[in-house]
Design a protein around this ligand. Structure first.
Ligand SMILES: Cc1cc2nc3c(=O)[nH]c(=O)nc-3n(C[C@H](O)[C@H](O)[C@H](O)COP(=O)(O)O)c2cc1C
Length: 304
């Protein structure tokens, strides 16, 4: 039985529900090495207006069932991204969204205006949740007014689909989710990493040069499922679930919890074929339970 895996996230129609997460898939140029057919979309590494060197090493530390990273949003800046990657993206048979970052709401708006209409750029994912930068980052994701201001600044400057990526480091994710929806977001991505720390007992110093890092991987999955579910209950726009997905059953938890699609990040570091395996596993589950399409999967989304 062939299962229809297509999904609509706002106006963007994706051939499947499994997307590559920002920062874990570069700019997608390694994709020919993988099984492209299963990719719903790719979200690029986070970009600022200008090039950034990022944080000095060590940038990554392994932790129980996960990892801490503090890359500091290293990247070529928006002009470098357009010059080196967008033309390639325009040739691909799946959409690429650009993860955008700024120190002020106006900078996010500038980025949106610059990327609007660039062939190969299918949408924007606003990162208001990066724990590894000194300016901006988490601040915008913590405060509903700041989150709305950034969303609005972007919405005003582009006709592209606008997704907002939420931070888990909040008291009530529903409040932030609703603020972004009201400010014009087409979809939400939930969630970015949790802030964590690891100490080297030989040096008695933090293992990461940035001192703290973003925790990802299976260690955060139940927290992420809960937060994605809370966000999905709070809004009417689609929510894309993310956090610790290693296999198809993990992704199905997010989908049943109310998400329209999922992103896979850290798993690809362990298994470069993870996205294809998650995609095929979801299709097999749907077929074996008698569903002809992903849309038929019942969602657990009480509204009370
Ligand atoms: C090395 C690394 C770099 C990341 N860079 C970004 C980034 O540039 N922008 C962003 O929004 N999220 C970034 N993230 C967060 C991931 O996209 C994702 O939200 C998080 O890792 C949780 O998903 P996972 O457990 O499947 O990795 C990064 C994560 C990792 C591990």
């Amino acid at each position: 039985m062939t299962v229809d895996m297509a999904v609509e996230v706002g106006e963007l129609r994706l051939r499947g529900p499994v997307l590559a997460a920002s920062g874990t898939f570069g700019y997608g140029t390694e994709v020919p090495l993988l099984e492209r057919r299963a990719l719903g979309a790719v979200v690029s590494k986070g970009i600022f207006l200008r090039p950034r060197a990022g944080t000095p090493p060590p940038r990554i530390v392994e932790t129980p069932s996960g990892m801490l990273n503090a890359i500091g949003l290293q990247g070529p800046g928006v002009e470098g991204l357009i010059r080196d990657y967008a033309a390639q993206w325009a040739q691909w048979d799946f959409p690429v969204l650009v993860n955008i970052n700024g120190e002020t709401a106006a900078e996010y708006g500038e980025l949106a205006a610059r990327l609007d209409g660039v062939p190969g750029v299918a949408g924007l994912e606003i990162n208001i949740s990066c724990p590894n930068v000194e300016q901006g980052g988490l601040y915008f994701g913590n405060d509903p007014r700041a989150a709305a201001a950034v969303t609005e600044a972007v919405r005003k400057r582009t006709d592209l689909p606008v997704w907002v990526k939420l931070t888990p480091m909040v008291t009530d994710i529903g409040v932030i989710a609703r603020a972004c929806e009201a400010a014009g977001a087409d979809a939400l991505t939930a969630i970015n990493t949790f802030v964590g720390m690891s100490i080297d007992l030989n040096t008695r110093q933090p293992r990461l040069s940035f001192r703290t890092g973003g925790l990802s991987g299976p260690a955060i999955r139940p927290l992420a499922v809960h937060l994605a579910h809370q966000a999905a209950r709070a809004v009417s726009i689609p929510v894309i679930g993310i956090g610790g997905i290693m296999g198809a059953e993990d992704a199905l938890e997010f989908l049943v919890a109310g998400c329209a699609a999922v992103q896979v990040g850290t798993a690809t570091f362990v298994n470069p074929n993870a996205i294809a395996e998650v995609h095929d596993g979801i299709a097999a589950y749907l077929a074996s339970h008698g569903f002809a399409s992903l849309a038929e999967l019942p969602r657990y989304l009480p509204r009370d």
